[in-house]
Write a protein that binds this ligand. Structure first.
Ligand SMILES: O=C(O)CCC(=O)C(=O)O
Ligand SMILES: [Fe+2]
Length: 390
């Protein structure tokens, strides 16, 4: 799919799912990889990666215990000042170095996340015609049967994107389960519970990190508005006949502020740390947090948006349930002056999330999309300052 075509689909952001806007021409909706595979229009061969970025690490090889930092949120919120300080410092360090960490004692019941996973599993089990009734026309909302087939790196997954917009989700659910309103209600209430827990948890983490950077805690969270791309997504990675050549999702960074992820017990999530791939062990007592490009850019690169990917296996389907926390799509974003110093001059130009999303769309979700926001070397300090004041 060419850039202009993508932009046309982007224009339909409000349309979100086909059934809402019947005038959206199906020609503007790309063909997706898994769907094409199931329709026999693609074969396994088309998914094989070439070059350096091969699936080198099997899905079930994990980091040594405790390598990936685990932050105790209860200690962070408690009255014990020392424990709070220690955990805040550890979280900040993990955010600067790994861009990934696990949180435990986070206050969200496992059942709250599992319910969403189980309900969306039922969605994935529906016949394709049913799923296609709510096919997404963009990456914001609805069913997506893979990555666009035109992408060089193909994704072996199907996913359901659910923007935090009650009305739109209610319509989608009512359409899919028109014959089972009781289940539709249960789906909605489980999702609503999940959203509110995750939004609160995301705000808490963002505010702790912001405080750790020496800024007023609400510096970034105040930029959250109903228009933010706060959304949830459940990914389903079917078993794959050749995981040594095919990825679930090839290496990438997430564009938003941060993602909170629950993976089932199969395994497959891997993060790049100092040039080495590390498998994240599934674990029901923790959630995985990873920082995104927006957070990295507006902290002047102090916090790290980590490259990650998903490995597949031959026998088991894998599911992951992810909440993406973002700030307002249209708000002008720039680095707070406190984070710009002689030693660390301004690294990223001002931008909006909408602008960044357009860049990523154009470049097919690379694993270094943030480079498009980087100020070119050689730009003088005075010019950087001017840019910052814009
Ligand atoms: O499935 C996973 O564990 C990771 C998914 C992911 O990275 C994403 O959806 O951006
Ligand atoms: Fe991701």
């Amino acid at each position: 799919m060419g850039v202009s075509e993508m932009n046309r689909t982007e224009d339909c952001v409000d349309a979100d799912i086909v059934m809402k806007e019947p005038e959206v021409e199906t020609a503007t909706i790309p063909t997706y990889t898994m769907q094409a595979l199931w329709d026999k229009k693609l074969s396994l061969k088309d998914f094989e990666v070439s070059g350096e970025d091969k699936p080198t690490l099997p899905y079930d090889v994990f980091e040594q215990d405790e390598v990936l930092p685990i932050i105790d949120l209860q200690a962070l919120l408690g009255n014990d000042k020392d424990a709070r300080y220690v955990n805040l410092a550890r979280m900040l360090e993990a955010a600067k170095t790994w861009g990934f960490f696990k949180i435990r004692n986070h206050g969200v019941a496992l059942e709250t996340v599992k319910k969403v996973e189980q309900n969306v599993k039922k969605f994935f089990a529906l016949p394709m015609e049913k799923k296609l009734q709510v096919k997404a026309v963009n990456f914001v909302f609805g069913y997506i049967g893979g990555s666009p087939v035109s992408w060089k790196n193909k994704w072996w997954l199907e996913s359901l994107h659910m923007k935090v917009q009650e009305e739109a989700i209610r319509k989608m659910v009512a359409l899919v389960w028109s014959d089972n309103p009781k289940f539709a209600d249960e789906f909605m209430s489980a999702l609503t519970r999940y959203y509110s827990s995750m939004r609160e948890l995301s705000r808490l983490i963002v505010e702790c990190l912001t405080e750790g950077l020496g800024l007023p805690p609400n510096t970034y969270t105040k930029l959250e508005t109903p228009d933010a791309i706060c959304n949830a997504r459940v990914n389903h990675y079917p078993a794959c006949p050749d995981p040594s050549k095919v990825f679930g999702i090839p290496s990438h960074t997430d564009p938003q502020m941060l993602s909170i992820l629950y993976q089932d017990d199969v395994g497959g999530l891997q993060v790049l740390r100092n040039g080495k791939w590390i498998g994240i062990r599934p674990d029901d007592s923790t959630l995985v947090v990873n920082l995104g490009d927006t957070f990295m850019a507006i902290t002047n690169g102090i916090l790290h948006s980590a490259v990650h990917r998903v490995a597949l296996n031959t026998t088991r389907s894998r599911y992951s349930t992810i909440y993406f926390y973002g700030v307002d799509n249209a708000a002008p974003l720039s680095v707070p002056p406190e984070l710009i110093t002689e030693d660390r001059p301004l690294l990223y130009r001002p931008f909006t999330v909408n602008e960044y999303r357009a860049i990523l769309t154009e470049h097919q979700v690379p694993d270094d999309g943030i480079k498009f926001l980087r100020i070119q070397p050689g730009v003088t300090a005075t010019a950087r300052k001017k840019m910052f004041r814009r």
